[in-house]
Design a protein around this ligand. Structure first.
Ligand code: ATP
Length: 318
């Protein structure tokens, strides 16, 4: 079942098409990565999903109903990239206030704040002013403020920026826990290694258009290039290697990255080693990283959209 269905969404800034006819679904309970280079349209898209902007065209369905910010906003938690805490306000007072804005009673808000401050071991920050906290500490408070009301849809824009490895890990584990409890999560970032680790589905946008949309495992399968890494017990000699009928892409210490060609199979490759009595220690498929897919796709759309050179005017004989 889809928590979000987005159909032909468009948003223009004057004539600039920031989001240009984008459609996608987000399955309930999934962790959905929204990727794209700078200026691709991610923030504009997220602002429409959170009711900050109205789309110029298209529609958003939230849990099967036409998205209505007034009604649905209580089910959404949004942590924008530019963090939005009131600097002069005390941390505890502010989190209570933000939780009540999202519809919790004072009693519920107090219980939740107590629970999360305990979980993150930050009770001692309760009476501090926000501007007395470091950037990373403020970010933890902002994360708590975003999830206090147990949103069904949690939208995190670059949630790890400015966090040290320990706090990044803490937030990452919370993301997994919330996902296991059924929260649907949209995660926008430029950090590709986090996408592979965290997301089960990604959508890549570039210049306001959707370029790619699918399960991370399917995308890796679709973009694979027939590469395998084989580890050997001994280094073969050049005479043995001269008889091999497959392409060697890279040589490592007692290992090779090889590429299947049109008329070879993995078993053909293994047979070469068996016939030459070369022990095979391991043999594994190399799938592309999401970074490689991202770069390839962005470059491909850039070159497809690049202005065509003006054909040279044929020289005429005078
Ligand atoms: P980044 O990764 O750099 O944050 P983004 O993918 O979030 O980028 P957006 O902020 O959505 O991109 O911007 C998309 C496009 O719309 C960009 O070309 C940007 O210059 C333009 N844009 C964004 N906000 C405005 C605005 N208020 N007025 C005019 N143009 C805007």
């Amino acid at each position: 079942m889809n928590l979000l269905e987005v159909r032909h969404l468009k948003k223009y800034y004057e004539t600039h098409k920031a989001v240009d006819d984008i459609s996608f679904n987000i399955a309930a309970g999934s962790i959905f990565g929204l990727l794209g280079p700078n200026g691709a349209g991610k923030t504009t898209l997220l602002r429409m999903l959170t009711g900050i902007f109205y789309p110029d065209e298209g529609e958003i369905l939230f849990n099967g109903q036409r998205f209505n910010p007034q009604h649905h906003i209580q089910h959404i938690g949004y942590m924008p990239e530019e963090r939005g805490l009131y600097k002069k306000m005390k941390v505890g007072e502010q989190t209570l206030y933000l939780a009540q804005l999202k519809g919790l009673s004072k009693k519920e808000a107090t219980e939740k704040v107590k629970y999360w401050f305990g979980k993150f071991d930050i009770h001692s920050w309760y009476h501090k002013r926000v501007d007395e906290l470091s950037k990373g500490m403020q970010q933890k408070v902002q994360f708590i403020s975003t999830i206090l009301h147990q949103p069904r849809l949690l939208i995190l824009d670059e949630p790890f920026t400015g966090l040290d490895p320990i706090n990044s890990e803490l937030i990452k584990q919370e993301i997994f826990e919330l996902s296991q409890q059924g929260t649907t999560i949209i995660f926008s970032t430029h950090r590709m290694e986090q996408v592979e680790e965290i997301c089960d589905h990604i959508m890549l946008v570039n210049k306001g258009k959707k370029v790619l949309d699918g399960a991370v495992t399917d995308i890796k399968q679709n973009f694979k290039q027939g590469l395998f890494k084989v580890g050997l017990g001994v280094m073969p000699n050049p005479a043995q290697m001269a008889t091999w009928h497959f392409d060697i892409i890279q040589t490592h210490d007692k290992a090779f990255t090889v590429k299947l060609n049109e008329d070879s199979s993995t078993n053909d490759i293994l047979l070469h080693f068996i016939r030459q009595d070369i022990p095979v220690i391991y043999f594994e498929e190399i799938l592309p990283s999401i970074t490689e897919v991202f770069i390839q796709q962005v470059k491909q759309t850039e070159s497809a959209n690049a202005p065509q050179p003006i054909p040279a005017t044929p020289e005429t004989d005078l």
